[in-house]
Ligand binder design. Sequence first.
Ligand SMILES: Cc1ncc(COP(=O)(O)O)c(C=O)c1O
Length: 400
Amino acid sequence: MEILSKRVRSIKQSPSNYANQLATERKAQGKDIISLAIGEPDFPTPDHVKQAAIEAMRLERTKYTTVDGITELKQAIVRKFKRENGLDYATNQITVGTGGKQIVYNAIQATVDPGDEVIVPAPYWVSYTDMTILAEGKPVCVPCLHEHDYKLQPEQLERAITPRSKWLILNSPNNPSGATYTAAELRGLAEVLLAHPNVWVLTDDMYEHLLYDGRSFATIAQVEPRLAERTLTVNGVSKAYAMTGWRIGYAGGPKKLIDAMRKMQSQSTSNPNSIAQYAAIAALEGPQDLIAERAVIFQQRRDLVVERLNRIPGLSCPKPKGAFYVFPSCTGLIGKRTPEGKVLTNDQEVTVYLLESADVAVVQGDAYGISPNFRISYATSVPLLEEALARIDRAVRRLV
Ligand SMILES: Cc1ncc(COP(=O)(O)O)c(C=O)c1O
């Protein structure tokens, strides 16, 4: 009898983790690989955050906590939502988990029954679809176009909604495209949703603070308060405060949903790491100037990467307004032949070619539901980015 469940066999390993794993293996074999596959800031966690963790340990705050977070952290999150997003939540409408990932997982597990549909605009963070499949739901992927800067249009949303639709998942700024919705664009989507009271919205705002060109952030429950009673606003400290390893994510939403998510968590991981919870309070309540300083650096890197990519024949890359990814189209490389005589037929083969002949790891667009593209994370130093782009340029020019 097969030991592995149908459930686990129905999903795949996170492709960005996988691409990074391949890069690490090749590095271990002595190759000089540059990995642009992983989505985490290369900056250190701020010192005052680390100090708060040390203090928490000194005070022996190293025991189990309430399942979905200590009250002081929930209060800090309530203040954050009010201060930065104009959203009013009570502490019993807040849940804290082991990363934004667990929050999204809990929400889907707590709500999706077999056959329920989850509308996922593509390109998407790959976990939304696999988490939906794990819950035996049906991801309904809606391809967003290059000419719409990879953003969902209200007419597309209207067409995707059926009586089985349970969630629309929004993610702005977006992983992998960096696409960022303006308040006006969110209002357009909200208009459609108001006419469909059974559809809930999960908005994944993890990249809220990584915004460029003076753009300000908007989230749907703020833009349309009538949707707040069916919106889960997900956020976390991972990307904003360079705290990916600490594993703290959180959400605000209707109490009934938050209670159900806590129940899920109580049967899996229980509380998120107690020390990291104290560190997260320091991140949310401490000085915020680092965020803007780092965003300036990310913006310079984005400009460099977009400009270089658009100089490479066969690639075309819109300039994203947020996050730290670009998602160039590589349509112009499909059908080309490598020096070894292999014809590149899809974006997976393009990324394998770049890994093998440019020693650069990127992730294929197919993993995010849009092809032929690939994702580059520019959360790495300028010299490494310059070297990686020069290698990609040379490798692409060797294609015939
Ligand atoms: C869009 C998006 N949501 C959620 C997450 C998960 O964040 P965390 O590391 O806090 O689990 C990520 C991480 O890559 C992401 O890109």
